[in-house]
Write a protein that binds this ligand. Structure first.
Ligand code: SF4
Length: 216
């Protein structure tokens, strides 16, 4: 049932020309993950070159490193995660997406979160954090990572945590105590223990009838 809803959203995304990124993309990059089993939505910034070519998010070196960290924490990329980006089309030269592009693409992200109804949202990197965090807009991943805070999507509140982007970890190899890699392990262990514990998660009924992406 979730997959059917998500397929509708995906087909709209694949035809989308609502911002200028549609003119330079090779493929829109909608998401990776199983909507029926995913318990966590992980949101990155935007597709890079490999993602643009393949149509899948987090498949380059950064994506491989993310998979390693998840596996190490006991989080299954295939079963537990639904991975997407703040914007679905690659910005030229991998520049940071503009506020206008983020706003234009928000409806897809909101619909994805609504369909998944996750136990938690992971904001991977500064662009995803900026899009959702309602507190101090000057805060950084280093300052706020590891802390749960609430985000509101389409009238529903979800627990969210900011985590380092794997591209940043590729540039920081240290595994010393307090290093970004060690902190990433610590944060994912917290996610695993507090949000993926074997609890009776609420069974819910999907109702997207009022969502702006659904056909009238
Ligand atoms: Fe549409 Fe989002 Fe792609 Fe812009 S980035 S064209 S809003 S799918």
């Amino acid at each position: 049932m979730k997959k059917d809803c998500m397929d509708i959203v995906k087909s709209k995304c694949e035809k989308c020309t609502e911002c200028t990124l549609s003119k330079t993309r090779t493929n829109p990059v909608f998401a990776d993950g199983n909507p029926e089993t995913a318990k966590i939505v992980l949101i990155g910034e935007a597709p890079g070159e490999t993602e643009d070519e393949t149509g899948k998010p987090f498949v380059g070196r950064a994506g491989q490193l993310l998979s390693q960290f998840m596996s190490h924490a006991g989080i299954s990329r295939e079963e537990d995660l639904y991975i997407t980006n703040t914007v679905k089309c690659r910005p030229p030269e991998n520049r940071v997406p503009s506020d206008e592009e983020i706003a234009a693409c928000a409806k897809f992200l909101e619909a994805q979160i609504t369909v998944i109804n996750p136990r938690a949202i992971l904001l991977c990197g500064a662009t995803a954090l900026k899009s959702f965090y309602q507190g101090d807009k000057k805060t950084t991943i280093s300052k706020i990572r590891g802390q749960w805070f609430d985000v509101n999507v389409e009238g529903k509140t979800y627990p969210a945590m900011a985590i380092f982007h794997p591209s940043y970890l590729l540039r920081n190899h240290s595994r010393e105590v307090g290093s970004p890699r060690r902190l990433m392990e610590q944060d994912l262990n917290e996610v695993k223990s507090s949000k993926l514990a074997d609890i009776n998660h609420d069974i819910h009924t999907i109702n997207l009838s009022g969502h702006k992406l659904m056909p009238v």
